[in-house]
Ligand binder design. Structure first.
Ligand SMILES: Nc1ncnc2c1ncn2[C@@H]1O[C@H](COP(=O)(O)OP(=O)(O)OP(=O)(O)O)[C@@H](O)[C@H]1O
Length: 244
């Protein structure tokens, strides 16, 4: 069904000095949620590797565990069992504060519902993130403007989210995710709320980021159009990677 190749964890090394350059590696990920005295196993042993500069899709039916897996790979949630390496660092071993710093420096996030601050302009939405990353004042302003130009929104810098279309809002969110040059972009259904034309622009932008900027993009999606630009697709079913 999915013509893309799928790489398995046994074909790589997490050692960045030896050939393979997997940016994201997961080994034996299991996740169980507790409800009262019941335990519900959402992920049942996930191994995967995403190479540097690749666009990797996570697809599968609703409830199959895609968002849970993305959250674990992004270090937003600790797995019950298993290890996650990002850029060679085992993030499942990091303290909360080191993990927060790591995420801030290395990962840009894009969500389905944009998550922009409604009271701030497009440029200010990006400046806030740059400020957190230590870039302030005029420098932050000019970087925010540059990022907006990169996503084709140079003229919308002073507009607030309410004055932007869905596609424009998502491009602001992408510009914000790029603030500080993260090596990894994690996106959860970035085109789900967009019409077909805006969705296309966002997909093209993500493709360009991966291929021209060398970002590694991991994306949960139901959008079949994105398969065309993906390097690899993992299909989850009932908490497991569906085989061939
Ligand atoms: N914090 C949580 N506590 C308890 N159960 C959870 C929690 N988060 C997710 N789940 C359950 O885990 C299962 C997988 O959820 P998840 O959101 O990862 O699936 P998904 O494949 O992303 O689904 P969708 O495509 O609908 O977004 C679901 O049954 C969900 O109810």
């Amino acid at each position: 069904m999915f013509p893309k190749r799928r790489r398995q964890v046994d074909s790589l090394s997490t050692d960045f000095n030896h050939g393979e350059t997997a940016t994201i590696v997961a080994e034996g990920i299991e996740m169980a949620f507790r409800s009262g005295n019941q335990s519900y196993q959402v992920l049942k042993g996930i191994d995967l590797a995403v190479q540097s500069g690749d666009i990797q899709l996570l697809m599968g039916p609703s409830g199959s565990g895609k968002t849970t897996l993305l959250s674990i790979l992004a270090g937003l949630m600790k797995p019950t069992v298993g290890k996650v390496y990002l850029l060679g660092e085992e993030i499942t071993r990091l303290s909360q504060s080191k993990l927060t710093t790591f995420r801030r420096e290395k990962i840009g996030f894009i969500f389905q519902n944009f998550n922009l601050f409604p009271a701030l302009t497009a440029a200010e939405n990006i400046e806030v993130v740059l400020n957190i990353k230590g870039v302030k004042g005029v420098k932050a302003r000019s970087q925010a403007q540059g990022l907006l130009e990169q996503v084709g929104l140079g003229l919308q810098a002073n507009q607030k989210p309410a004055d932007l279309s869905g596609g424009q809002k998502q491009r602001v969110a992408i510009a914000r995710a790029l603030a500080g040059h993260p090596r990894i972009i994690m996106a959860d259904e970035p085109t789900a709320a967009l019409d077909s034309q805006s969705g296309h622009k966002v997909i093209e932008l993500l493709r360009r980021l991966a291929k021209e900027e060398g970002c590694t993009v991991l994306m949960v999606t139901h959008d079949p159009r994105i398969i065309d630009v993906a390097d690899s697709v993992i299909y989850l079913e009932d908490g497991m990677i569906k085989e061939g």
